[in-house]
Design a protein around this ligand. Structure first.
Ligand SMILES: [Cu+2]
Length: 121
């Protein structure tokens, strides 16, 4: 019986554990960006959990890579949809390398805040 419970706990912790996790904070807006799966070239599902989710009106994410020799500027812009107090969004990284990630947050009071990080693939 205890072996079964231990196995269940292991399975649950694997479900809860995030392969990618990054906490960002600026101008009074704090969020944790996570992905259950390791980040890959292609589609990635990100979850955004806000410290004050009730104050958030809208979220969009812009992933971009600056122009490089032999390679044009690339970007993907998506709007994150609220679900059970957090936001989920699918972001496409079309090639390996370093992607800049800008998260645009609109608060219900109207203030707009931008949070930044970078993803290395
Ligand atoms: Cu590139």
């Amino acid at each position: 019986m205890s072996k079964l419970i231990f196995t269940l706990l292991l399975a649950l912790s694997a479900m809860w554990g995030a392969a990618y996790e990054k906490s960002l904070s600026t101008q009074g807006v704090a969020l944790t960006l996570t992905s259950a799966q390791p980040l890959v070239v292609g589609n990635n599902t990100f979850h955004l959990a806000f410290a004050n989710a009730q104050n958030i009106q809208e979220v969009s994410i812009k992933a971009f890579m600056p122009e490089m020799p032999g390679m044009p500027y690339m970007e993907d812009v998506v709007t994150a949809m609220p679900k059970a107090g957090s936001f989920t969004s699918v972001v496409n990284f079309s090639m390996g390398g370093t992607w800049q990630l800008h998260i645009f947050v609109t608060l219900k009071e109207g203030k707009k805040v931008r949070l930044k990080t970078a993803i290395h693939l």
